[in-house]
Write a protein that binds this ligand. Structure first.
Ligand code: OAD
Length: 261
């Protein structure tokens, strides 16, 4: 079956796209935090490089084995960037929709490790790639918030077994936590609309979430200023930023639930 061309602009009734659905799954990527000041990995014609090294080699399981202090330097650098960033209107629109219970089910799945969805107040959240604000023991998997660890203690020493700790994030060459990805796949299979925001959709297995949703009959909507690998599969591909588009999309549902007297 030939796929019809997706809608690539905000239609006049673009703000109505989320109306009438009960089960929403939102998948976010680095793009949703771009307007908060967190750099993306790809898009905009560039790729992330630090001290002349591509992020794929810095953020890798191999680098943890070969140079753990360097991995900590890289993640402390990234955490320093995130520390100065606030959740934006895109994060808040999703969190508000969750707390106001605009849908029977609103699952938020993010590839981001910046913690900005939590800071915005999101509750039902799956952080597929971990959280930059936590450390994890290499041996016993004990996790600890970095706010409880001396910043000069690098690599930190596990208070349970005294082995070294690493950032609690998924690195290249590692697999995701089975429980998290399976839970995201289950939600994808039963949602009736899937909203994909700010991801290039090239990193496996997160990029299978919208594919599963679509295959199971969900309407697929993408919000991204650029075309992505997912665009041809989408029912609606909206060219715009998370801050421009998400408040508009969710406000129509608010009006539906709470019509003017
Ligand atoms: P990418 O950097 O690959 O893609 C970011 C996407 O956001 C691009 O498609 C941009 O066009 C889009 N974008 C930029 N500004 C935006 C805005 N203001 N509003 C909406 N969209 C915007 O980021 P991810 O797809 O999240 O994994 O990358 C996936 C994974 O690759 C990351 O989680 C990370 C990386 O390797 C790990 O580190 C394990």
């Amino acid at each position: 079956m030939a796929l019809s061309a997706p809608n690539t602009s905000v239609p006049d009734d673009g703000r109505m796209l989320l109306r009438g659905f009960k089960r929403l799954l939102v998948l976010t990527g680095a793009g949703i935090s771009a307007e908060s000041g967190v750099p993306t990995f790809r898009g905009g014609g560039g790729a992330a490089v630090w001290r002349g090294m591509p992020f794929e080699s810095l953020s890798s399981a191999r680098m943890v084995q070969h140079d753990l202090p360097l991995v900590w330097e890289w993640f402390d650098y990234r955490r320093g960037i995130v520390a100065g960033c606030e959740p934006n209107a895109g994060h808040r629109a999703i969190a508000d929709a969750q707390t106001s219970m605009l849908f029977d089910d609103l699952t938020l799945v993010t590839q981001n490790i910046d913690g900005l969805h939590l800071a915005a107040g999101s509750t039902d959240l799956i952080e597929l790639h971990g959280n930059i604000h936590q450390a994890r023991c290499l041996s016993c998997n004990f996790r600890q918030g970095l706010n409880e660890i001396d910043p000069t203690d690098r690599p930190p020493v596990c208070s349970e077994c005294f082995d070294s700790m690493r950032p609690n994030v998924v690195l290249f060459g590692e697999t995701l936590d089975d429980t998290l990805i399976l839970s995201a796949y289950e939600k994808a299979a039963i949602c009736d609309v899937c909203l994909v925001v700010g991801t290039s959709a090239v990193v496996y297995p997160a990029n299978q979430i919208p594919v599963i949703a679509k295959r199971n009959g969900a309407v697929l909507i993408e919000v991204n200023p650029e075309e992505t690998d997912l665009t041809p599969t989408c029912d609606h591909s909206i060219r715009g930023t998370a801050c421009e588009i998400l408040p508009r999309l969710f406000s129509s549902v608010t009006n539906q639930q709470h019509p003017a007297p």
